[in-house]
Design a binder for this molecule. Structure first.
Ligand SMILES: [Zn+2]
Ligand SMILES: [Zn+2]
Length: 387
């Protein structure tokens, strides 16, 4: 008997499980990207844009009439998380302390699955760009892509991404116009004083008091900010004072906090207030302050046109739709860098009511959801007029 040819579903399941077993951290996804490039080559993209934002790349598929339709980009993320996976699944992470616990392995399998359909059902009009994005979890990948002139020259009209969402019915399409996920930014505040012997603290300049005022003050800061949306939140995530040295009065301190809001305007107010507070508290004790900002995620603003198309596509694919809730999700996604440039929407795809939460140590993307995502993406590109 001839060995059976693997079906698309088999290939996607194997691909997803291989990615899951060999996860890579944000900005280090060289192996993941190589594996996906190899998978994509037989699908015959017209061209590959490589090195788009670290290890990211884009596969561009042209129809015979590229100018007769829009250029539509679909994005999936390459990176895994610095968390140890628990459980006993056969494809469990082989790398200590790194795991695909956000389902990015599944998102990748979904856009690869769409690429596999192009042979039988080629594009008729426009262009399709499949984006394999590096470093989503640290907020760097999407930004780097949008700044790349090669990306800008593609003239993308619409950009979409699916993110699986545990706690929602399996296969339900979650849509919301306006802000879909909150924006956030990391604050790193440093206070510099002067060390002295612990026996003579009065001869040094310790940042201890200013640091403790900031730890409580920053958390309370959001309460003072008049939120334009529903969410204004500051979480102190880390603080450090001097060194572990019982003979020394500390001479420096570092405080890190995440600022979060569902409107850009509110986030800007939080930033200005935090900066003001650090400078004020430092000045009060004669300390030298310095502030830097890291891991910036803009609010993901879903565009009305893109959401309307996404909703019609769900209907056409016979998938049930819902609005997740009135307010945006509190977590952040760097997809907002794309929606600043063109029409676009981040779309939730329910991965089941019993599914462990995103970033939980026992999360594993359900393989059965891959074909649902492919079916949805097929309906979406048809709705956009690509075939
Ligand atoms: Zn995540
Ligand atoms: Zn994610």
């Amino acid at each position: 008997m001839e060995p059976r040819e693997p079906t698309s579903a088999d290939r996607l399941k194997n691909l997803r499980r291989q990615l899951h077993a060999y996860p890579e951290l944000s900005g280090e996804e060289a192996g993941t990207a190589a594996c996906l490039r190899e998978f994509m080559m037989p699908c015959k993209p017209a061209r590959l844009l490589e090195g788009l934002g670290e290890h990211g790349f884009a596969a561009v598929f042209e129809s015979p009439e590229p100018e007769a339709g829009p250029t539509v980009a679909l994005r999936a993320e390459l990176d895994a998380l610095p968390i140890s996976e628990s459980g006993t699944i056969p494809h469990i992470s082989t790398r200590q302390g790194i795991a695909h616990l956000c389902g990015h392995d599944g998102h990748l399998a979904m856009i690869c699955g769409l690429a596999l359909t192009l042979k039988e059902r080629p594009l008729k009009r426009g262009r399709l760009v499949l984006v394999f994005q590096s470093a989503e979890e640290t907020g760097q990948g999407a930004r780097a892509i949008t700044l790349d002139p090669r990306w800008q020259n593609l003239g993308v009209d619409y950009v979409f991404a699916l993110h699986n969402l545990p706690g929602y019915p399996f296969g339900q399409v979650l849509l919301k116009a306006g802000s879909f996920t909150a924006g956030s930014v990391g604050l790193v505040a440093r206070l510099k004083g002067r060390t002295s012997h612990a026996a003579y603290p009065e001869r040094g300049l310790s940042p201890a008091a200013a640091m403790s005022r900031l730890v409580s003050g920053l958390v309370g800061l959001a309460a003072d900010v008049e939120a334009h949306g529903d969410l204004a939140l500051v979480t102190v995530v880390h603080a450090r004072l001097g060194e572990v040295a019982f003979g020394t009065t500390p001479g420096e301190a570092e405080i890190m906090a995440t600022l979060r809001a569902d409107e850009e305007q509110t986030l800007a107010v939080l930033r200005a207030r935090a900066l003001e507070m650090v400078n004020r508290e430092a000045a009060l004790d004669g300390l030298q302050p310095s502030v830097s900002w890291v891991e910036e995620f803009p609010v993901t603003e879903n565009d009305d046109l893109a959401v309307a198309a996404a909703e019609q596509a769900a209907d056409n694919a016979s998938l049930n739709t819902a609005v997740p809730h009135e307010s945006p999700f509190r977590w952040s996604e760097d997809f907002g860098w794309f929606t600043r440039q063109c029409h676009g929407a981040l779309i939730g795809l329910g991965s089941g009511l019993e599914q462990p939460e995103l970033h939980a140590p026992d999360f594993d993307f359900p393989d059965e959801l891959t074909s649902v995502g492919v079916r949805y993406y097929e309906a979406l590109i048809a709705e956009m007029g690509l075939r």
